[in-house]
Design a protein around this ligand. Structure first.
Ligand code: GLY
Length: 319
């Protein structure tokens, strides 16, 4: 039901009541855009790995999984996969999710000892009747699928954690060395969208903490009729506003990807008083290949690949 307040909110981003009514039923027909890979931060190699699949006519789902595996395997990326910073008890715990063009979804959270949680998330999606497996259950499932159990805590991350323990002063960090959670979305040559999101979560988080990245609609959402969105930054802020779902639904209602990302950030700014203390960034890719990027703080960069060329661009920011 549209009350006056809703209508004004929609009008603020240029949506009329008539288009809203249409949009609630189904997305309007849009022309499919050129193949694109879009990822958070300066994940150039991830985009290139994804593009290898897209350029050969492969599926966006394979592309985003391939792309997400790059930072997962990189020991120097301390916010994703192998080499990720541990929780305050020294455990590296990983969160990841994936969505395909049919709206299928799979995810894992609080997964330990497996280098590629995104690949486990895909197995959850394709081989189980469930969407999300957690902790030991996710690990048992991964091992049963042939994944290897590994120590993911590198010497560098162990040293950093031991240093942190001296004060144990917990502060979410903003724009960690131009990388953080990777969210990656892609549009393939068949006009299909998919997305993946993977992280080791906040460094020195409480044991058991799970962020936005494995939660469908928070860290990632894909609707093949409309577009795809993903997030990076402080997961708690994204979880409270179900940001990626919001971005896609705003696009469904007629917002451009840029308008949708800006409105999702503004929901956080309006509702969470301490927004100056943390970062959240959103990326969006529409079915027509249009891109949006917006964050609370400056410094949010993203990688976009079209026609085989990858650029790292600065997203606009609220502050
Ligand atoms: N966005 C990643 C996390 O908060 O865990």
């Amino acid at each position: 039901m549209i009350n006056r307040r809703n209508f004004i909110a929609q009008s603020a981003i240029g949506i009329t009541g008539a288009t809203f009514a249409n949009a609630c039923q189904t997305a309007q027909t849009v022309s499919v855009g050129e193949p694109t890979v879009l990822s958070t931060w300066n994940n150039i190699k991830a985009n290139e790995a994804a593009w290898q699949i897209i350029s050969k006519g492969g599926r966006a789902l394979d592309a985003v999984e391939n792309g997400a595996k790059i930072p997962e395997a990189d020991p120097n990326d301390q916010s994703v996969g192998y080499g990720g910073l541990p929780d305050r008890n020294g455990n590296v715990t990983l969160d990841a999710c994936i969505m395909d063009e049919m709206g299928n979804a799979g995810s894992v959270c609080y997964l330990q000892h497996i280098k590629h949680p995104i690949a486990v998330a895909r197995k959850v999606m394709e081989l189980t009747p469930h969407v999300l497996l957690a902790g030991d259950g996710a690990l048992d499932f991964a091992l049963a699928q042939g994944f290897q159990k590994e120590n993911l805590l590198t010497d560098k991350s162990k040293q950093d954690w031991e240093e942190w323990l001296k004060t144990a002063n917990y502060q979410p960090k903003i724009n960690v060395e131009m990388h953080d959670t990777i969210g990656i979305v892609a549009l393939d040559q068949s006009g299909n969208l998919s997305g993946a999101c993977t992280t080791s979560g906040l460094g020195y988080k409480m044991q058991g903490r799970v962020g936005d990245s494995p939660i469908i609609g928070a860290g990632l959402f894909v609707d093949n009729e409309v577009g795809a969105a993903t997030s990076t930054g402080l997961g708690e802020a994204v979880l409270k506003t179900l940001g990626s779902f919001l971005v896609v639904e705003l696009m469904r209602q007629g917002a451009t990807p840029q308008q949708a990302c800006e409105e999702a950030v503004m929901r956080i700014v309006r509702k969470q008083k301490n927004y100056r203390d943390f970062q959240v960034g959103y990326l969006a890719l529409s079915k027509s290949g249009e891109i949006g990027a917006f964050s609370i703080q400056p410094g949010f960069v993203y990688a976009v690949t079209k026609g085989g060329t990858t650029q790292v661009l600065d997203g606009k920011a609220y502050l």
